[in-house]
Design a protein around this ligand. Structure first.
Ligand SMILES: [Zn+2]
Ligand SMILES: [Zn+2]
Length: 264
């Protein structure tokens, strides 16, 4: 079983556990590697990311923990870069690239805060057409590696966070499929792994990871690879659902990478 997790937040950004608490939890669960992915500084919305000052402290603390726990666990210093992150992105062991906002009319609109936001944005900017919002999201998603220079594609279909049972977006519609498949096709050319991200399952929003089964199979059929990630914001969700999704991957011949370093 895979006992490595590379999408981990701490109190340096919007997590609830400290980095050291995460390391201790990882060691006690028999993990041989953990990667931290603090939200990179994004000046257009500082409410959830690391401040520039915290970024310095974060780097120093992860380096300290690497030394302190050397021999017990390998610790990687990563970051989760948003499409709009403009803080320093150099010097990390790896980067996850994610879209958390759609930019319309020169403004950023969060898409992972509430379902109501989607309806409001669609009403104000897309003539009430929710699908147009999804199309804008996937147009940005297609460019997420170009923008961030990331090594891993984070939660590919975050736009579906509040879409359990297709209550907002009809994911079986041609229009929706066309939007995400176009983004997936572009991202596949980079030969970087997509996450299988269980964060919305552990938090009770979804029963499928990001990306959905249909998307995972589409990407895998075209040679794409994956990395399991919990998007943990506290110690108890480390490795969340990994056994189930590793089994699923094995059954479908889907390639799971050992670490984001293996492709760098
Ligand atoms: Zn994210
Ligand atoms: Zn995250």
């Amino acid at each position: 079983m895979i006992k490595r997790d590379f999408h981990v937040h701490t109190t340096f950004c919007d997590g609830r556990s400290t980095a050291e608490e995460m390391v201790l939890a990882a060691i006690s669960r028999g993990m041989d590697m953990i990667g931290f992915s603090g939200h990179a500084y994004t000046s257009r919305d500082v409410s959830w990311c690391m401040t520039l000052e915290n970024t310095e402290k974060y780097i120093a603390e992860i380096r300290r923990l690497q030394h302190k726990y050397a021999g017990q666990i390998r610790i990687l210093l990563g970051t989760e870069a948003d499409y709009f992150s403009d803080g320093p992105l150099e010097g990390y062991d790896y980067k996850i690239g994610s879209v958390h906002y759609v930019e319309i009319g020169g403004r950023l609109h969060e898409i992972d805060d509430s379902a109501d936001d989607h309806y409001r944005i669609a009403k104000e900017y897309c003539g009430g057409d929710l699908m147009a919002l999804a199309e804008l999201y996937y147009a940005q998603e297609a460019n997420v590696l170009l923008r961030t220079g990331a090594d891993v594609i984070g939660h590919f279909n975050l736009i579906e966070k509040f879409n359990e049972d297709d209550c907002m977006y009809d994911t079986s519609s041609e229009r929706y499929r066309r939007a995400w498949q176009r983004a997936a096709d572009v991202l596949l050319t980079y030969r970087k792994p997509f996450e299988i991200n269980t964060g919305a399952i552990s938090r009770g929003y979804r029963t499928e990871p990001y990306p959905s089964r249909e998307m995972i199979e589409y990407i895998a059929e075209r040679g794409g690879s994956f990395i399991l990630s919990s998007d943990s914001h506290s110690t108890e969700t480390l490795l969340y659902g990994f056994e189930e999704w590793e089994t699923y991957a094995g059954r479908h011949g889907i390639k799971i990478m050992d670490s984001p370093l293996s492709l760098i």
